[in-house]
Design a protein around this ligand. Structure first.
Ligand SMILES: *Cc1c(COP(=O)(O)O)cnc(C)c1O
Length: 430
């Protein structure tokens, strides 16, 4: 046999899975995940990628980020930011301290919300979609619910009113047209259905507007049809007067339905999210007539849709803040009401980028087309990847690019993070 020039072992022996996994420990990931990474890169003969693969695994974990997008309720960033710490202790989640008997997890937080919106009763579920599903299932299964054709909405993430209605067992009775619906359309639906119509449903057009030759029926005009009026207002603005703010309600809230006023206008039930304009954790609140709320609580789905003690604890703090009118300090209302001058001053002090005036938006599928005057900094070029893919231990910064410039809106950045943000921006390649 002819000798060849090739050295007999041109490739070094791959490291052991165990040794490679141990070498990745500085990522802070648990050993089994590092072993998975090591096995994969060894099998695919790309041991040199091990550190990058481990980093990719770490990036997939839930983690804090800095929101520089100017979208206050950014759905991809968890909507309303809220801090909450709870001790590892038992609570009276389902115990009535007054008499030691079994209570309901609706007793505490839901009661506070009923008080806040001046309702007879309230119930808390996991989100507003769950609230609508439960309400329809509890009071309209097998019967009709009249909805304007202009309000058969799809909210982000595949929440479509007609499909939720099907799942609940309620039968959709479409009323009016896409652009125009009148009270007479609802009257006709009620008389045609006879006793088979269980309710009328008003769905807030949260994330779109129909403009031009339009007409819609507001809650006061749905009252007196002989069936309950359910209003899905979505956003969770508690009171149009915003008594928790020092000044008047911000003008960008004009026209947004509020829970208290919707009930006062005659709705029998109002449904809203916890993590939109309420500024709380993800939750859905059902408030209104005691018998209808009781029917929801008694429905078999209620248990499947109920939140846990952590969410209820966070939501209770939010409710108490509204009751003592300190809700202006909730992170959402704080960032929503910062003055442009404050933001301009922070932009100037950042020491990176060019200070500019910007337009923030409420986001979270609320108030389409509405802009909130804001300020931040602009940098030449697209730095989105560099800001998002920061080294381990540094929080990802989420920004936006417009006209070839990276923009960081400071309205959605906690002022305590300005130092870290400025440093990260200064480190970007020019
Ligand atoms: C956002 C929204 C929902 C869905 O609320 P989630 O809490 O996200 O489930 C339902 N209805 C309306 C009108 C909304 O705006």
């Amino acid at each position: 046999m002819q000798p060849t020039d090739d050295p007999p072992t041109s490739t070094p022996r791959p490291p052991s899975v165990d040794a490679l996994a141990r070498s990745l420990r500085s990522t802070g990931l648990p050993q089994p995940l590092l072993v998975d990474v090591a096995r994969r890169v060894i099998a695919e003969r790309r041991v040199e990628d091990a550190a990058a693969e481990a980093e990719a695994v770490r990036r997939r974990l839930l983690q804090p980020v800095i929101n520089g997008t100017g979208v206050l309720l950014h759905t991809n960033l968890g909507r309303a930011p809220l801090g909450y710490t709870a001790a590892a202790t038992p609570t009276n989640l389902e115990l009535r301290l007054a008499d030691g008997r079994r209570g309901s997890r609706s007793d505490h937080v839901a009661t506070l919300f009923a008080r806040l919106v001046d309702a007879d009763a309230a119930l808390v579920v996991n989100n507003c979609s769950a609230a609508l599903l439960l309400v329809l299932g509890a009071i309209a299964a097998g019967r009709g619910v009249a909805v304007s054709r202009g309000e058969l909405v799809e909210i982000g993430g595949g929440f479509r009113v007609p499909e939720v209605m099907t799942q609940s067992g309620a039968l959709l009775v479409e009323v009016g047209t896409t652009n125009r619906t009148r009270r007479a359309d609802f009257e006709r639906a009620v008389s045609t259905a006879g006793g088979d119509l269980a309710a009328v449903l008003k769905v807030h057009q949260s994330n779109y507007r129909i403009v031009g030759f339009t007409e819609s029926v507001e809650v006061p005009d749905l009252v007196g049809l002989g069936v309950p009026v359910i209003a899905d207002i979505g956003s969770g603005l508690l009171d149009a007067a915003c008594p928790w703010l020092d000044g008047p309600p911000p003008s960008w809230l004009d026209g947004e339905p509020a829970a208290r006023q919707t009930l006062a206008a005659g709705a029998d039930l109002v449904l809203f999210s916890g993590d939109k304009l309420l500024g709380g954790p993800q939750a859905g609140i059902i408030a209104g007539r005691a018998d209808l709320v009781a029917a929801c609580a008694a429905h078999p789905l209620a248990r499947a849709l109920r939140p846990g003690g952590l969410v209820l604890g966070a939501l209770q703090e939010v409710a108490l803040a509204y009751l003592d009118r300190s809700a202006g300090n909730l992170p959402f209302w704080h960032m929503a009401t910062l003055t442009v001058d404050e933001l301009r001053a922070r932009a100037g002090a950042l020491g990176a980028g060019v200070p500019v005036d910007l337009a923030a938006v409420p986001g979270g599928g609320t108030l389409p087309g509405v802009e909130i005057p804001s300020a931040g900094v602009r940098l030449r070029g697209d730095h989105l990847d560099a800001l998002r893919l920061r080294p381990p231990g540094a929080r990802p910064i989420i920004a936006r690019v417009r006209d070839g410039h990276t923009e960081i809106d400071l309205r959605t950045v906690d002022a305590a993070d300005d130092g870290e943000l400025g440093e990260a921006l200064r480190e970007l390649p020019a």
